[in-house]
Design a protein around this ligand. Structure first.
Ligand code: NZQ
Ligand code: ZN
Length: 381
């Protein structure tokens, strides 16, 4: 085990915590509040932000779409440059927070911001940002990752920089009350897959990372079983679990996979599948395809997370239990909506993976394009 770990984001957790932004955003800042399609105007979050910012100078940028697109975000970059904005407040889910991270980095770069996603420009400065989370799922509120799509070319790419960690993340579980069932289910699945991406690799005897990952997986399975968004503790536990699944801790010093995400991002970019749903489509087929590498960890997960008995079929039973969990949330594990021709769809996805350099994915770099094709053949109905 060898790692550096720093998560600098201050967490403001609990009911009523939106008011804390008043003290967490430096006085005298010129603030840009960035949000999405308007859910925050219907559930009172916007009003709470307005009240908390009474003593700040601020303006707003709305309309960041789910799976944010650079074409929209670049309009916010122009505003930041024009008005010398020096603090960005993201109010929304992963899409808004990821979008705000892009804006924070692109606004201090003289070239085309898309260079950051292409890896042509390494982020070396970013405007300070904070987040008010409205949907627990991605962990973006306290990590350094951002995923942005270029609509013109259907490229969905990520960048990671320690400079775009939010300074603070407000997590008030009450904001989840207006989330539709679909988004709550997405959140559970996304957090579950994030944990798997950092856990379902090969045994490394990392007892803290394994034990904590198993706890998170057990909690998510339990929350899925006792789905109850009216319950204060249910909401609080889901919000905190999804955050912990991708704040860097369980991935520290252990092998990570992320191939499900890389293939899933292509499904979202090409077919508009919700992020979490793209993962549920890919993951079971990927786990079966990579059984040779992942068997020991799948068996460990079966025993420790799902309390399944040891047997020769344990790894496969673990995958079936994962599928049953997603199905119980009305989340499909196969892609059904891709146009008429399965082969054309698969070829198109493989071509995008090739274009994005995803030639050797997974913890063993064993998921080649050939393997990705096998996975998709099983995952596309
Ligand atoms: O835009 P508004 O009107 O706010 O509506 C949103 C959106 O339509 C709605 N919503 C959010 N909070 C709500 C609400 N509706 C009612 N009440 C509320 N309290 O929910 C919809 C989905 O929002 P979105 O932000 O897209 O969801 P999510 O948090 O799942 O984010 C998905 C994005 O995050 C990326 C994904 O690729 C995708 O682009 N990811 C980011 C990661 C990261 N930064 O670490 C990791 C993830 O693996 C993921 O790739
Ligand atoms: Zn995800």
């Amino acid at each position: 085990m060898k790692f550096s770990f720093l998560n600098p984001t201050k967490i403001e957790f609990g009911q009523g915590q939106i008011a804390s932004i008043k003290n967490n955003i430096p006085k005298g800042s010129k603030v840009l509040v960035i949000y999405g399609g308007g859910s925050i105007k219907k559930n009172g979050v916007y009003d709470q932000v307005v009240a908390a910012l009474a003593e700040h100078t601020w303006q707003e940028f709305s309309g960041v779409e789910p799976n944010p697109i650079v074409e929209t975000l670049d309009k916010a970059v122009a505003i930041v440059k024009q008005h010398a904005i020096d603090f960005i407040l993201a109010v929304g889910g992963g899409s808004v927070i990821d979008g705000a991270k892009y804006v924070a980095a692109a606004a201090l770069y003289n070239g085309d911001g898309w260079d950051i996603l292409l890896g042509k420009h390494q982020v070396n400065q970013a405007i300070a940002l904070g987040a008010i989370l409205t949907i627990p799922a991605t962990g973006s509120e306290s990590n350094g990752a951002s995923v942005v799509t270029k609509a013109a070319t259907q490229d969905k790419l990520a960048f990671i920089s320690p400079l775009v960690f939010p300074k603070f993340a407000v997590m008030d579980p009450d904001v989840m009350k207006t989330l539709p069932q679909r988004q709550l289910a997405n959140g559970i699945v996304d957090a579950f897959v994030h944990t798997c991406e950092q856990y379902l690799t090969f045994p490394a005897d990392a007892m803290v990372q394994d034990g904590y990952a198993e706890s998170l997986l057990k909690i998510l399975a339990e929350l899925a079983k006792n789905f109850n968004k009216q319950d204060d503790t249910w909401r609080a536990n889901l919000m905190w679990t999804a955050n912990q699944a991708l704040n860097g801790l369980i991935g520290a010093g252990v092998a990570q996979d992320w191939a499900t995400h890389m293939i899933g991002h292509e499904l979202t970019a090409m077919y508009g599948v919700d992020h979490a749903r793209s993962l549920a489509i890919v993951q079971p087929s990927l786990l079966r395809n990579q059984m040779g590498h992942k068997k020991a960890k799948l068996e460990q997960m079966g025993r420790h997370v799902f309390a399944l008995p040891q047997s020769d079929a344990l790894a496969e039973q673990t995958i079936q239990t994962i599928e049953a969990l997603y199905h119980s949330l009305d989340v499909a594990t196969q892609l059904t909506d891709y146009g008429n021709d399965k082969n054309i769809a698969i070829e198109a996805i493989i071509a995008q993976l090739a274009k994005h350099g995803m030639l050797k994915m997974g913890e063993h770099k064993a998921i080649t394009l050939e393997k990705a094709k096998e996975i998709l053949e099983a995952a596309v109905a």
